[in-house]
Design a protein around this ligand. Structure first.
Ligand SMILES: *Cc1c(COP(=O)(O)O)cnc(C)c1O
Length: 397
C-alpha cells in the first residue's frame, strides 16, 4: 500500500483534472461496448428481446417474480404508484431525505407526498417515523433504501398491512444490498431499481420495477408502452396484421435494447462491484474509527449495504460548513458531494406543509459523500482519507 503524504496533497491543483478523484465512476469496458454494438448491428434497437432477457436476468438474480424495465427509476416509481392505485386526494408517506424523484413521483400521480423523518443511524424511515406522519388519507408508503443501506422492510410491511396501505420500495440505490439474507427487491409487492451511472450498475439511464404480482406485471408492461393491447415487439413477430387498442392513459417509459444489452453485461459484474465497494468502505470505516463525533455509513444489524454512497456525518464539535468542507477537498484534488438532499427544503416544495424533520435537517446540512468507485486505487483512497482527516482536525479546534 502506497501512502501519500500531506505535502503532496497541498501541491495538487483542483484545475488539474488528471489528478481529480471523482466521487463515482462506473465500471465499463469492452464487454458493454461489444454488447451495445451487437444490438446496433442487429437492426432492432428499441425495446425487444434484449430488454426481455435483462428483465428475466435481474428478476432471477434478486429472487423476484417479474421484472419490468423502464426508462428510469423515476418513471418506474410513477408507474408503481399508479399500479398501487395512488391518485388525486391520496397521501403517500415518503422521506424528505432522498433524491427529489422520490417525492416528485407522488406528485405526478396527483397525490400529496407527506414527509416523515428518518433514523439517524440508517437514514431510513422507521415504523415510528412513519406512524407519526400518518394521515387519514395515507394509502401508501414509499420506503427508500438510502445510499444502499437496507431499511427494515418487514417492520414497515407489517405496519402497512395493519393499516391497509401499500408498501413500495424505492430501491434506486440498493441493488446488491441484502435484508435478512435475501437481496433487496423481493420483499414487497413493488420495488423499483435505478441504472443511472451514479448507482451500482448502469445502462446510461434506466430502471426496473420488480413485483411478485402477475396482475401488477401485466398492467405495468402496458402502462410503459402507451397502454397498448399488443406490444410493438409482439406485433413485429406476428405474421398477421394486429390492430392494437389503447386501453387506458399510458406513457412511453420504455428501455431500449441497447441499454438492456449494456445492463446484461453490467449484471455479470454486480457481485464483484459490491464486494469491491464493501472492501473499500471497510477501509474508510477503519481509517475514521478514531475520530470522535464522526459517524459513517455502516451495515444495519439485519442486513448488508452495497455502500452506493459512502457518507460521513461530523457532529457539532466540527466547525465547518458543507461548502467549506467540499471546497477544501476540491483543493486537494478530490471531488466529493454534499450529503443526501432534502426535498422539503427545495423551492419545488416551497409552500407545502411539512412537519419538523430534525434528523433530516441535520443530515442534509452536515453530511458529506466521499469518492468510492470500483477502480479506486489504494493511493487514491489514502489521499481522500488524509485530506478528510486534515480538514476535520482543523475544524475541531
Ligand atoms: C437516483 C434515485 C432516484 C432516481 O433514479 P433515476 O433512475 O435517475 O430516475 C430515485 N430515488 C432515489 C432514492 C435515488 O437515489
Amino acid at each position: 500500500m502506497k501512502h501519500t503524504g500531506g505535502a503532496t496533497i497541498t501541491g495538487l491543483n483542483a484545475s488539474d483534472s488528471a489528478a481529480l478523484i471523482p466521487v463515482m465512476k462506473p465500471w465499463l469496458d469492452e464487454a458493454e461496448a461489444q454488447a451495445a454494438a451487437e444490438v446496433v448491428l442487429s437492426g432492432w434497437v428499441a425495446q425487444g428481446p434484449r430488454v426481455a432477457e435483462f428483465e428475466r436476468a435481474v428478476a432471477r438474480r434478486l429472487g423476484a417474480e417479474h421484472g419490468i424495465a423502464v426508462s428510469s427509476c423515476t418513471t418506474g416509481l410513477h408507474l408503481a404508484l399508479l399500479a398501487a392505485g395512488v391518485g388525486p386526494g391520496d397521501d403517500v408517506i415518503v422521506p424528505s431525505l432522498s433524491f427529489i424523484a422520490t417525492a416528485n413521483a407522488v406528485r405526478y400521480c396527483g397525490a400529496t407526498p407527506v414527509f416523515a423523518d428518518v433514523d439517524p443511524g440508517t437514514l431510513n424511515l422507521t415504523p415510528q417515523t412513519i406512524e407519526s406522519a400518518w394521515t387519514p388519507r395515507t394509502v401508501a408508503v414509499l420506503l427508500v433504501h438510502q445510499a444502499g443501506t437496507p431499511a427494515d422492510v418487514d417492520a414497515v410491511a407489517a405496519l402497512c398491512a395493519t393499516r391497509g396501505a401499500v408498501l413500495i420500495e424505492d430501491a434506486a440505490c440498493a441493488i446488491g444490498s441484502t435484508y435478512r439474507g435475501r437481496p433487496i427487491g423481493a420483499h414487497s409487492d413493488l420495488a423499483v431499481l435505478s441504472f443511472h451511472p451514479r448507482k451500482i450498475i448502469t445502462t446510461g439511464e434506466g430502471g426496473m420495477i420488480l413485483t411478485s404480482r402477475e396482475d401488477f406485471a401485466v398492467r405495468l408492461r402496458r402502462l410503459r408502452e402507451h397502454a397498448m393491447s399488443v406490444s410493438a415487439a409482439q406485433r413485429h413477430e406476428l405474421r398477421r396484421p394486429v390492430l392494437e387498442r389503447y386501453l387506458e392513459l399510458g406513457y412511453n417509459y420504455r428501455m431500449t435494447d441497447v441499454q438492456a444489452a449494456i445492463g446484461l453485461a453490467q449484471l455479470e459484474k454486480l457481485d464483484a462491484i459490491v464486494a469491491r465497494r464493501r472492501e473499500r468502505a471497510s477501509r474508510y470505516i477503519a481509517a475514521f474509527a478514531d475520530m470522535p463525533g464522526l459517524q459513517t455509513v455502516a451495515d444495519p444489524p439485519y442486513g448488508t449495504t452495497n455502500f452506493q454512497s459512502f457518507w460521513i456525518l461530523p457532529d457539532g464539535r466540527y466547525h465547518i460548513s458543507q461548502e467549506e468542507f467540499l471546497s477544501r477537498l476540491l483543493d486537494a484534488g478530490i471531488s466529493a458531494r454534499r450529503g443526501i438532499m432534502a426535498a422539503h427544503r427545495e423551492p419545488a416544495y416551497a409552500g407545502m406543509a411539512s412537519r419538523a424533520l430534525p434528523v433530516t435537517d441535520t443530515v442534509t446540512t452536515r453530511s458529506i459523500i466521499l469518492p468510492l468507485f470500483h477502480a479506486m486505487t489504494d493511493g487514491e483512497q489514502e489521499r481522500v482519507i488524509t485530506a478528510v482527516r486534515d480538514v476535520l482536525r482543523e475544524a475541531c479546534r
